[in-house]
Design a protein. Structure first.
Ligand code: SF4
Ligand code: SF4
Length: 477
């Protein structure tokens, strides 16, 4: 899933009314009690945004935690000001601040219409062209959850296909764009190191000829990402690397052994230590219901090994998805934007996020997002040149959207574009965080993508905890 509001996620802020000494930094406004605007001087009344969630707090009974699902902004507000917000009697300065962070709007019905049309409006203005390139389906690991049923093996992107990929990029480029990003996937993308280098040289030179910036990312098992490889790739535009660790050594080695059967944990840690000062490295990992608590030991290990929060760009663990048989999608893509609505996961996610945040590592936070399927200028190119809209659909019959030879066909019906344009989603406070959910999870659940992957229950149960964790560990420092 792509962050369609890139750049806005950082608008998250804490605003708190001053009451003597405060544990929070830089409150953005001070609102003396009882100084609301007299009704006769009121501007046209602003209304609370439709995309507003409010939560009470045991620790601060006089305050409410407000979250805008539209702007990902966070506010701690005293109840008195909250009431003024409901009644349209805010002071001008409070009104200006709350409008800026999306908590109040001039017209809620228009706001809802605009949100339904948001992706249609944004797509033509998207300044980025993003291609996920699956360079091979081979790997030097033999992870049980990835290599079942013999769907993977000695399958590599050929140079002729890479040339067609570059032609495809040139064809899709538009003058208003200023960013070209390629995400290299596998199998194991570093088994195709030469191709990463040749594609990147050509893509960089093309982007620069158009006044744009080229960068690329890698999703790798980490065993081949040595300091030397990092040094070779950074000048070509390597921006970030995601490396998977499936728990502390004893668990990781069981789930992610080399083909020889030997454990890979020590090799990966050695490589991360060597490369973490040269490239941004994020850690991902796949947990199960039985082993998630042990991931806290991995975090302790990372800290003891000197891989402290300043050395890693992020840490995020995801549940192993029960994949359909013969699933050829990249194993590590489970760490993409897939989320599963199962009760045990709420506990597991909250536990792991707490463990990550309390040690000072960065991790994901609730922000506006839509399925990549809905983003026009994002494509997945498989090693054989077949095009998809999400890596999770690779190899699944009926979900290809074209190929590098013949181009992109009409996928609006096969991928159910705009599935969120229905009455329930139009009224839903979580629409900006969800846009109808994950098509792949609908497929895993129902065998087709005709229904929504509704996350309402999940957000109802989880959002408050996530926000309160952020306040505790991100904003109170
Ligand atoms: S189908 Fe799911 S995994 Fe794929 S891009 Fe959409 S939300 Fe992400
Ligand atoms: S799928 Fe469910 S959670 Fe998502 S926007 Fe629609 S109603 Fe809301």
């Amino acid at each position: 899933m792509l962050d369609l509001l890139r750049g806005r996620a950082d608008t998250a802020q804490i605003i708190k009314k001053k009451r003597g000494a405060t544990a929070y930094q830089a409150p953005l406004f001070f609102h003396p009690p009882g100084h609301h605007y007299p009704p006769r001087l009121r501007k046209p009344t602003m209304q609370p945004s439709h995309y507003l969630k409010s939560y009470s707090s045991k620790d601060s009974p006089d305050q409410l935690l407000l979250f805008s699902t539209k702007k990902a902004s966070v506010i701690l507000l005293d109840k008195e000001t909250f009431q003024a917000m409901q009644e349209g009697t805010l002071s001008p300065s409070d009104e200006a601040t709350l409008e800026k962070v999306g908590m109040i709007v001039p017209d809620r019905d228009r706001e809802k219409q605009a949100m339904l049309a948001f992706l249609d409006d944004k797509n033509p203005q998207n300044r980025m062209l993003n291609v996920i390139a699956v360079l091979n389906l081979d790997c030097n690991f033999a992870c049980p959850y990835c290599f079942e049923e013999g769907v993977k093996g000695n399958l590599y992107m050929m140079e002729a296909t890479a040339s067609r990929l570059l032609a495809f990029i040139r064809d899709k480029w538009r003058d208003h764009k200023d960013k070209l990003i390629i995400d290299f996937y596998g199998g194991e993308p570093l088994l195709s190191l030469d191709l990463i280098q040749s594609i990147s040289k050509a893509a960089k030179s093309f982007a620069e000829s158009r006044g744009a910036v080229y960068s690329f990312t890698l999703v790798t098992n980490g065993s081949l990402f040595t300091g030397k490889v990092a040094d070779a790739l950074v000048p070509l535009g390597l921006k970030s690397v995601k490396i998977t660790l499936d728990g502390p050594a004893e668990i990781h080695n069981q789930y992610r052994p080399f083909k020889s059967g030997a454990g890979s944990f020590d090799t990966i840690i050695k490589n991360i230590k060597a490369a973490c000062d040269r490239a941004k490295i994020g850690i991902g990992g796949n947990f199960t219901r039985d082993n998630y608590k042990k991931f806290a030991l991995l975090l302790d290990y990372l800290q003891d090994a000197g891989l402290t929060p300043d050395k890693l760009s992020s840490v995020k663990f995801d549940a192993v998805v029960n994949r359909p048989k013969n699933d050829a999608a990249p194993g590590d893509y489970a760490g993409g934007c897939i989320s599963i609505n199962e009760p045990w996961l709420l506990e597991a996610e909250a536990f792991l996020r707490e463990e990550i945040l309390k040690r000072g590592y960065k991790t994901s936070k609730p922000i506006p997002m839509a399925c990549m399927v809905e983003t026009t200028d994002s494509y997945v190119v498989n090693y054989d040149g077949v095009l998809y809209k999400c890596p999770a659909f690779i190899g699944k019959k009926g979900f290809a959207v074209g190929d590098l030879e013949s181009g992109v066909g009409d996928y609006s019906e096969t991928l159910k574009l705009g599935i969120y344009k229905n009455r329930d989603c139009a009224e839903c406070v979580y629409l900006p965080l969800c846009f109808g959910g994950c098509r792949y999870m609908a497929y895993v659940r129902d065998g087709n993508i005709n229904k929504l992957d509704c996350k309402k229950e999940y957000f109802d149960a989880a959002l408050e905890t996530l926000l309160k964790q952020d306040i505790r560990y991100r904003f109170q420092k």
